[in-house]
Design a protein around this ligand. Structure first.
Ligand SMILES: [Zn+2]
Ligand SMILES: [Zn+2]
Length: 385
């Protein structure tokens, strides 16, 4: 079955938030569930301003441990699990009594201990269990966790090694592949792969074929309602032969959607082997050479890129080059410097269009619908091809 899939940008700023941009966070909605990517400070406020429900979050992925990507995690987890009534909360003595599965949090080394310390030091009590799955490089030391030090609602998560990628089984037939991408500290990129899905049944062709065979189906196979075979066709995806020799063919499969979400980076090339012309690439574009810099004779396009790379970041041109390299269908830029306003002001619109054009010149697409600069609370529908 084809499920709805869209992404909402809850925060689009880099290191400093501004009046028009909150710290990083993206909500990927997969058929009603929310998989949250990064959780900068005040992400819970952004949820309140959006139509998304925090209680629908089932998984949280943290790309790296810089505060603009994770400082909102503790408060968000308190708020999103606080909707249990107090009696139920008291009953929450062990994991088997809970109605909802634990919240799965995935991310780099230090995440488990940092979150435990944050929640425990503040005496925070959650209405749901959680567990942290750490994604570690080959050399990174595994934390030896003593369960007596766990937060009261913490369950032991897994440790996954990057060899050089780590494939996470996230259920629903989806996989999430993580790789280490280049930044000033360990940073992760994620490839989210939807399984191939069955297309729509061609009822106009199939129903008359079934009705023509209704009597023979009942006589030979005891099938009282011939249209039940439509369900079997959809479920099993195998051709079925009817008594008159006609073959009922299942619909063609639709290729599953692929979404690539990168943490901060100046070089994400390690993720290329896992990308197959993704439907969507989300790439940072922290610094750009725009009209805001033209009066500063000491700044050039090359210098802006040099400084961005020194800090482990990218320019729009670097993001455009990468999108072209992996054959992405759509590129969304995010993680902008506080200099670039994310509102409807004239100067905000002007500078963001300049940034978009810088990436578009490299991405090389002639349709302007394929490249966007994200704004806070903006959503994008991820469609099958
Ligand atoms: Zn950042
Ligand atoms: Zn960073």
């Amino acid at each position: 079955m084809v499920v709805g899939m869209n992404i909402t940008f809850l925060g689009t700023s880099s290191a400093q938030p501004s009046m028009t941009r909150n710290h990083q966070s993206m909500a990927l909605r997969v058929d009603g569930d929310i998989w949250l990517f990064d959780c900068g400070e005040a992400t819970q406020h952004q949820f309140q301003k959006s139509s998304l429900k925090m209680g629908r979050i089932t998984k949280i992925f943290i790309t790296h441990m810089h505060g603009d990507h994770c400082f909102g995690l503790g408060p968000l987890m308190c708020s999103m699990t606080d909707n249990l009534n107090p009696e139920k909360k008291l009953q929450l003595q062990d994991a088997t009594q809970q109605e909802q599965p634990p919240i799965d949090v995935y991310g780099p080394a230090r995440l488990r201990r940092w979150l435990r310390t944050t929640l425990s030091s503040t005496y925070s009590n959650l209405g749901r269990y959680y567990r942290v799955h750490e994604i570690l490089g080959p050399e990174e030391e595994e934390s030896i966790d003593d369960p007596t030090h766990f937060h009261p609602q913490e369950l032991l998560g897994t440790t996954v090694r990057l060899t050089p990628a780590a494939v996470l089984d996230v259920g629903r037939g989806f996989t999430v592949t993580a790789t280490a991408i280049k930044h000033s500290i360990p940073s992760l990129g994620f490839v989210i792969q939807e399984p191939d899905v069955m297309g729509k049944l061609d009822r106009d062709t199939l129903v008359p074929q079934l009705l023509r065979n209704a009597e023979a189906l009942f006589r030979q196979q005891g099938i009282k309602q011939p249209l039940v075979l439509l369900g079997r066709l959809q479920r099993e995806g195998k051709p079925i032969q009817l008594p008159d020799g006609t073959w009922l063919n299942p619909p063609d499969k639709k290729q599953g959607r692929q979404v690539v979400i990168l943490g901060d980076t100046c070089d994400p090339s390690s993720i290329i082997p896992y990308c197959q012309s993704p439907h969507l690439l989300v790439h940072e574009a922290t610094n750009a050479w725009t009209s805001l810099d033209r009066d500063n004779l000491a700044t050039t396009e090359a210098l802006v890129e040099e400084r961005a790379v020194q800090h482990g970041h990218s320019t729009p041109q670097m993001a455009g080059d990468f999108a072209l390299r992996i054959g992405a269908r759509t590129l969304i830029l995010t993680h902008f410097s506080a200099r670039y306003k994310g509102d409807d002001s004239e100067d905000g619109i002007k500078v963001m269009e300049e940034i978009r054009q810088l990436a578009l010149a490299r991405f090389g697409k002639d349709k302007d619908t394929d490249l966007y600069c994200a704004r806070d609370l903006w959503s994008f529908e991820i469609k099958h091809r």
